[in-house]
Every structure is written in C-alpha cells, then in structure tokens.
Design a protein around this ligand. Structure first.
Ligand SMILES: [Zn+2]
Length: 280
C-alpha cells in the first residue's frame, strides 16, 4: 500500500475508533467488567460488546476524575474502592444504594445516564441530609466534569449543563412549580411527592438547587463548597466555610437570577442549541 494510503487509512481508523475493553465475566445472565475504579454489570444480550466496553471505561474514568477533582487534588495515591454500576432494563429512574449505582439501560444506550451525578453522591458522602445541597452539588459536578474533564453530561433535569443552568432557573422561577419548589432550596425539609411527581416537584427543585450551588462555587471555590457538603452542621458552618449564611447566599442568588443579563442570552444564541430542550 502506498504510504499516503496507509496514513489515510490510519487516520480514518482513528476517527471512528472508540475505546473499549473486554469483559471479565460473561454467562447466560450477565456480563461483568472489572476495572480499577468501577465494576460494571449488564444483563447479557442487552448491549453489544463494544457498547458495554465503552460505557465500562467511561464509568471507570468518571469515578477517577471526580475522586481526583474533589478528594485528591494534590499529588499522591488517588485510589479508593471501586463503585459498582448496574445497568438494568425497566428501571424508571437512576438510584444509588450504598456503593452501588443502578442505571436505566435506555439512558446508557443513548449516552444520557447520570453516572457522574450518582458517582458524586458516593464519592462525596454527606454527614447531614440536605436534599437541595446534595442534588445541586451532584448536578453541578456532573456538568463540570463533562464540560471540563471528560465523559458526558447525563442531563436529567439540568438540560444544557452549567452554561445553561441560570437561564433554566430563571424560567423555572417564573412557573408555578418553580415558585412552589423555591422554599425547599436552602432549607432542610423535602417536598412531598418528590419521587412520584418527578416533573412537577423534583425537576424545579433540582434546577434551582443546581443554579444556587453554581452561584456559590463561582464566588467561593469548588473546594469550599465540597467541604460544606460534607459538614455535619451545614447551616451552622456555611458562614465560616463560605463567608455567608445559606440565607444570604440564597438572597444574592435570587437577585442574580431575577436580573436577566443580555450576555447570557447572546452566548446561548451563538451555541445554536435549544436551551429549553428536553428535560428527560
Ligand atoms: Zn442525585
């Protein structure tokens, strides 16, 4: 083969080559991948070997990226125990139980699984239950990692990631569901029907919480907000860790969200994307 043909073929191969790996176990029922930071299980026959190998690598890298970003920013060993991902059909929403993440197969199939969001819940465990901070933080980290490090943003509610979240928050606050969700943002109680009414109750709360967490990170640091998330007295330590109480942060954030800035709209127009795209 002439040298230029060989080079062209190599380039073509590289352009369509997707990293993948082989499974460690395959039987009639399941396929299991064992990587350094992730164990990934699929139902046998539900995906091609390439699809499974590709997602297993993504999950493994995602765990390592989040852990390095939030827990081990300096040099030194970054290894923690692996997280188990179970990809399953007929699962309506993603769930995390201890160190196991259950992901709906249809979301994995279309690169829409919130694997980074769920991994964040495990890698940065909370010592005090606080729904808005937990979900806002996991949503922020998912978008941050996908936008700056690698992997994809499995949008569930925060369509458009960190670049679009303030716009989504503004739109949400102008809706009845958004106004109903607002008192739960910055507070410790949870709204009723959170799991039954995902669009009406969970979606506005997650969007507003994501926007408030981004506001706090932008004005302090990811490190400080990560420390706050793990505090056993979130309300009491917010001022010491971030310089302001949660109520003060919320008031400043609301002021920002309620004042649309021309440059935000202009940026989104240049993207050519639909910033109001599907939430699911
Ligand atoms: Zn979550």
């Amino acid at each position: 083969m002439a040298p230029f043909q060989s080079a062209a073929r190599t380039l073509l191969t590289l352009a369509f080559w997707t990293p993948t790996i082989d499974a460690q176990e395959m039987n009639r029922n399941r396929v299991r991948y064992e990587l350094t930071r992730a164990t990934v299980l699929f139902t046998a026959g539900s995906f091609s070997p390439e699809e499974m190998g590709r997602f297993a690598l993504l999950a493994d890298r995602g765990v390592a990226d989040i852990d390095t970003l939030l827990n081990h920013p300096g040099p030194g060993p970054t290894l923690g125990p692996p997280i188990t991902f179970v990809v399953r059909d007929r699962l309506s929403i993603s769930r995390t139980v201890r160190r196991t993440i259950l992901l709906p197969a249809d979301r994995v199939r279309r690169d829409a699984a919130p694997y980074l969001h769920e991994a964040t819940h495990i890698l940065v465990p909370m010592n005090q239950e606080c729904l808005w901070l937990s979900e806002g933080f996991a949503s922020y980290v998912q978008s941050y990692v996908a936008e700056n490090i690698g992997g994809y943003d499995g949008y569930v509610f925060s369509w458009g990631g960190n670049r679009n979240i303030d716009r989504l928050a503004r739109r949400t606050l102008n809706s009845d569901h958004g106004r109903t969700a607002l008192p739960y943002v910055g507070a410790f109680d949870e709204p009723p029907d959170l799991f039954e009414k995902r669009r009406e109750v969970a979606q506005p709360l997650y969007i507003l919480a994501h926007s408030l967490v981004k506001f706090m990170v932008d004005r302090t640091s990811l490190e400080k907000v990560t420390t706050l998330v793990q505090s056993s007295d979130i309300a009491g330590s917010a001022e010491r860790l971030t310089g302001k109480t949660i109520d003060a942060w919320k008031a400043l954030w609301l002021n920002m969200v309620n004042q649309p800035r021309a440059e935000v709209a202009a940026t989104q127009k240049r993207d050519g994307s639909d910033p109001d795209g599907p939430a699911w």
